[in-house]
Design a binder for this molecule. Structure first.
Ligand SMILES: [Zn+2]
Length: 494
């Protein structure tokens, strides 16, 4: 072969390789054209791109349209915005929100409809990944996962509560993964074996159950008139963290008081599952300045890289019990079955009394406004000083109608914005920051090749307007395109 022929052959090979490269085989493809992608990491908006999904994976992103071989659908996203599906890292899919187990037994139709709607309600507001921080009932988790259309669900496999502490009062509750801490006042009942309730034994069980994190609690209780509930010792927390990390699990700890945050910040836990809104005897001074003791605690969390989940909606969800008009909000029709909304309306007064007894509403409102303000001021302080802020709505945080699934996450975003958190940070907290904190960033958090095909197509730019999160055109979940209205709880009249 002479040199000229060799040259020609090499060019031809080059060309054919090139065109081969332009062909992408798909089995169940979806191409999104004119896709402007918002990156949560650098807050940029890409030029118009082609995104190719195949089944549950993002397999291509580029400015040149590839040739697809195999069956595929096309959508045109001209003028829209593409963001990664949102991650809510603090939910509970345990029960029928605000209904006791007895009420659930008495209202099977409501329970059935609620459970059918629940996965769709999260998707309706764009939450394509949720992390359950506490459900001890594996059957509820698998039931949730059995739905055809549902967010990706991760869990902690039941709280690793401290024996006879918060969440396990009087050993009455069925919490299989409690941790036993020697305590003369609270000896372990005979029916349990101590060796099954060491940090090591509990972490091993959690790993087997598929949990991605260990959740424990630092909660002396909410009533200053009562003796404090047992809380974990430093040594126990250290041991639990070390056992969790050995198995590649994250340590997430409940705490919302100064005492709890002080303890947990110094213990260098991975994530605190609530903001610091309970300031004990401290309050804002006349100049609206955060007291020194609170600042010092937040500074320790920032320095120790302890991630902070503000969960501002915990306070608002409880406060909503003072105002049954909350139930007239038409957004609720998208996320709650009508029967449940009617049930809430009929029982609103009882629900208030169950939590607040005969305390006058005016006092509850005043106290909760103060707590809410303290939570927001601390969140802003964390942001201003470089703290890592995670998005978690704590849905539902208590037996209240004030934390409706999906919508509660949207309300949490609005609260974050009103606390002074910029929109790019809210997007990052609800995507890449959550993904990194829970070691899920290989799958989620950005729109990139190799990640899961969970995307939102928005009509508005979420870096300019928080209401973009309530203006979703389509939700792509596990590669399936859903028009938003098909996820609503409203009876759809064709
Ligand atoms: Zn919670």
């Amino acid at each position: 072969m002479d040199k000229a022929k060799l040259f020609l052959l090499s060019i031809l090979t080059f060309i054919s390789c090139k065109s081969n490269k332009g062909i992408i085989s798909v089995k169940n493809g979806l191409i999104i054209e004119n896709a402007r992608i918002i990156s949560p990491e650098n807050q940029s908006l890409s030029p118009e791109n082609y995104i190719v999904l195949d089944g549950d994976d993002i397999i291509f992103i580029g400015e040149v349209k590839p040739n697809l071989k195999g069956p595929f659908k096309t959508i045109d996203a001209k003028g829209k915005y593409i963001i990664p599906g949102l991650i809510d890292s603090h939910v509970h899919v345990t029960g029928t929100d605000a209904l006791s187990e007895k009420e659930e037994l008495e209202n099977p139709e409501i329970v059935k409809r609620f459970r059918e709607q629940l996965p769709k309600s999260y998707l309706y507001f764009g939450y394509t990944t949720i992390i359950d921080l506490g459900t001890a009932k594996p059957e509820r988790l698998s039931e949730f996962n059995n739905a055809d259309i549902k967010p990706d669900l991760y869990y902690v496999g039941g709280g690793a509560v401290i024996g006879n502490g918060y969440g396990l009062s009087n050993w009455n509750d069925d919490i299989p993964n409690f941790i036993y801490q020697e305590n003369e006042t609270y000896p372990i009942p005979k029916k349990y074996k101590k060796e099954n309730h060491t940090p090591k034994a509990v972490v091993e069980r959690l790993v087997k159950s598929g949990a991605i994190a260990v959740k424990t609690y630092y909660e002396p209780g909410f009533d200053p008139m009562q003796a404090p509930l047992p809380t974990p010792s430093k040594a126990l927390m250290e041991e639990l963290k070390s056992e969790a990390h050995k198995k590649n699990l994250i340590l997430v700890v409940h705490g919302n008081s100064l005492e709890a945050h002080d303890f947990l910040g110094n213990a260098k836990v991975d994530i605190i599952a609530h903001g610091l809104w309970n300031w004990g005897n401290y309050s804002l001074d006349n100049n609206n300045k955060i007291p020194q003791a609170i600042k010092k605690t937040l500074d320790t969390e920032i320095e120790n890289n302890v991630k902070y989940m503000p969960t501002l909606q915990v306070i608002n969800g409880l406060k909503a019990l003072t105002n049954a008009e909350f139930l007239d909000n038409t957004e609720l029709e998208n996320v709650l079955p009508k029967q449940l909304k009617d049930y809430y309306k009929a029982n609103a007064d009882t629900m208030y009394t169950n939590i607040f007894g005969d305390a006058p509403k005016a006092i509850i409102i005043r106290n909760f406004n103060r707590l809410s303000n303290q939570g927001k001021i601390n969140l802003k302080y964390m942001y201003d000083h470089g703290g890592v802020i995670l998005f978690g709505s704590d849905t539902p945080s208590s037996p209240t109608y004030g934390n409706p699934p999906g919508y509660n996450g949207y309300l949490e975003m609005i609260e974050m914005e009103s606390a002074g958190i910029p929109l790019h940070q809210i997007l990052a907290s609800a995507t890449i920051e959550n993904a990194k904190a829970f070691k899920l960033e290989k799958l989620y958090g950005t729109v990139e090749k190799g990640k899961k095909a969970n995307l939102l197509i928005l009509n508005k730019n979420p870096l300019q307007d928080i209401t973009a999160y309530n203006d979703i055109l389509q939700v792509i979940i596990q590669g399936k395109i859903m028009n938003r209205n098909t996820l609503s709880a409203r009876e759809i009249i064709e």
